[in-house]
Design a protein around this ligand. Sequence first.
Ligand code: FCB
Length: 444
Amino acid sequence: MATFPQGFTWGTATASYQVEGAVNEDGRGISIWDTFTATPGKVRNGNTGEIACDHYHRWRDDIALMQRLNISAYRFSIAWSRILPTGRGDANQKGIDFYSRLVDGLLAAGITPFVTLYHWDLPQALEDEDGWLRRGIASDFTAYADTVSRALGDRVKHWITFNEPWVFTWLGYAKGEHAPGRQSNNPGSALAATHHAYLAHGMSVPVLRQNSPDAKVGIALNLVPTDPASPKSDDAEAAAHFDGYFNRWYLDPLFRGHYPADMIELYEPYMPEIRPGDMQQIQVPLDFLGINYYTREVVAKGTQNPILGTEKVVPDGDYTSMDSEIYPEGLYNTLKRVHSEYNPKAIYITENGASFDDELTEDGRVHDDQRAAYLKAHFEAAARALEEGVPLKGYFVWSMMDNFEWAFGYGIRFGLYYVDYTTQRRILKDSGHYLAGVAKTNQT
Ligand code: FCB
């Protein structure tokens, strides 16, 4: 058992396209995920976010469900195309009103809103102008951040600029597995998209601070601790490269003001244009770092990834329904490493959770013991890091309820609430009961 300090933030997280639905309502513009899901073969079973969890209409009930979890914070994201339907220009008041009511509702329920500005649903109109590959998108994002924070900044005091920049740049612009589905197979596209997103981050942080006095501003990175498959130096080098690609490429600019030198060398033919002043802008001081942790990676020297010289190794162990290794030690290692090497002022775990093939049983419950055990083990790993001095302030479980799991559609369930998509009924899973107890007592 582990104990967390009083005042520790317990929360759950969601993202706009994964839960809202109502894609054609109240003036919302089309996003790249609408286009991507409408393209045959991109998402399992042709699933789309058209209805999702219908959270756009059910948000009041959903807040009541959150109260039942005893959580004190809720992380959600804003759909850029609800605020600015074509990405820039005049704000859509109805879109603002939706989030404004949600924020008021949360505050009235004693739940602190943590708002993510970009969780991957770019307005399609901006993608038509080359999306994150165009440097000027950084100014568009900053104008969007300005509009949102002017509207909500009096009440929202925790802002996250971007969710998981690795995912939407590499999967969206190089590998084609996520929207906008560009399969350039060219690392240069992902690195350019990353650089422009990071510029957008750096430019928008001061704007958020200005419009939202006393606000705490951060970013959420998906970090994947990487272990070498053996103690051999070849494997150690491979692991260092993978770590550079996945973790250091994103951490170093934020905390050190440069991309990692060993990786710049490997990426030499693919490097984006970096103008004078860019890196200073990107290194803007942050109030907290958000870490999304799901699993680790084990790599050996190999040719699977020719640039990195790595090969993925699948260790023995327990796995989730998405084939992620269950490895709580990786969360402890990540927290300790980030604290000692980058020293952010504060850390939140902005996502952690697991997918399993949940079943609604005849007793009307979902006995997801594996998820409850996963959470307990990860909470305890985090508690250990906290006791050893890591400034961990809060923990958000992904996700509040089952939802649209991107290219995997609705077949993958991560929720603390089970969602029956035919009726939109939500059923508290056993893991949700477990979290409710932890959030109430601060004990695992
Ligand atoms: C993360 C995403 C989140 C969700 C979880 C399972 O990478 O940020 O939207 O899909 O994975």
